[in-house]
Design a binder for this molecule. Structure first.
Ligand SMILES: N[C@H](CCC[C@H](N)C(=O)O)C(=O)O
Length: 318
């Protein structure tokens, strides 16, 4: 049996597994649990499956606890960074250590996270948290990169507002590569048709997440967001690196000031991003959906990955 938890950040949902658990084949485990029709399900969770599995290794011996985060995606690939996942990882570590500050070691660098437990309810709570509170987490995401070698893009110069497979995109690395396109109305975009050719375009040797954004008429800087994710190979309800990518590109194009906070609204809730001279801050909720123990997929019981309800934290017996 493997002990799991499921968290989400503005609807971007993850199975969380302590790296100490014995999972012999992480790719097979992620493929099985993330499947949106046959994957993990639970009465406390609105959806079957997940957008990825976060394997978290806690190093609690430091004054500021550290977490090594590895995200294995539904197609079995590993993503170097995940903004919504990092918020979930920070909350997971905060619950175990009591520390409100956590360092998250990712394949694209170390990120500092601050968890605030008394955050005001900004409406995101409607996405559910079985513990009844919505922790807000801020991640220092680091400076976004536009240089071709950093994104990476196959070009001599940064790709800024250029046509790629039908979209006008700017390429930016916010821990993972994003192709960002500002459009008149994100809801009018047929993302499942428009995004794959961009995601696989030759100019992106490692592929790219495809993020579309629309500036909304508001007093504060605000954008609506939709992202088609590499590794999920579909649209997710929210993407943290994508939200940072929107703010970074808006900043580069002169549509967002240095130090100004933008509200970025993917379908799953609201995120807040501030681009400073040398960093980008991502703020948003992280919510627990359920905890359970499940049989390890691939050990002869693959067909049955409905969770077996165990102890506290579930509604077993309700
Ligand atoms: N959803 C994640 C991003 C995952 C990136 C991954 N899809 C890739 O680059 O392969 C986020 O909140 O930032």
């Amino acid at each position: 049996m493997v002990r799991i938890q499921k968290y989400h950040g503005t609807g971007n949902d993850f199975v969380v597994v302590d790296a100490a658990e014995q999972v012999s084949d992480r790719r097979a485990f992620a493929r099985a649990l993330c499947d949106r029709t046959a994957g993990v399900s639970h009465p406390d969770s609105p959806r079957v499956g997940a957008d990825g599995v976060l394997f978290l290794h806690l190093e609690a011996e430091y004054a500021t606890p550290r977490v090594v985060m590895t995200l294995v995606q539904p197609d079995g690939s590993v993503a170097a960074m995940c903004g919504n996942g990092a918020r979930c990882a920070a909350r997971w570590a905060a619950e175990r250590t009591g520390s409100d500050e956590v360092m998250i070691d990712t394949q694209s660098g170390t990120r500092r996270a601050v968890v605030s437990r008394d955050a005001p309810d900004d409406g995101n709570r409607s996405h559910g948290d079985t513990r009844g509170f919505a922790d807000e987490v801020t991640i220092e995401m680091g400076r976004p990169h536009f240089l071709p070698g950093d994104v990476p893009v196959r070009a001599a110069d940064p790709l800024v507002a250029e046509h790629v497979e039908g979209l006008t995109v700017t390429a930016v690395d916010t821990g993972v590569p994003h192709a960002v396109a500002f459009v008149d109305d994100v809801d009018a975009v047929d993302l499942s048709a428009v995004a794959p050719p961009v995601r696989h375009a030759d100019v992106f040797p490692e592929g790219a997440n495809v993020t579309v954004a629309t500036r909304t008429v508001d007093e504060e800087p605000a954008f609506r967001q939709r992202t088609f994710e590499r590794g999920v190979e579909g649209e997710t309800d929210s993407c943290g690196t994508g939200a940072v990518a929107i703010a970074a590109v808006a900043h580069r194009l002169g549509r967002l000031g240095t130090g100004e906070t933008a509200r970025i609204s993917p379908p799953g809730g609201d995120l807040f991003v501030t681009v400073t001279d040398d960093d980008a801050l991502l703020r948003g909720p992280a919510a627990l959906e359920f905890e359970a123990s499940i049989p390890q997929p691939g050990l002869g019981r693959d067909a049955d990955i409905d969770v077996e309800l165990t102890d506290a934290g579930t509604n077993a017996g309700d």
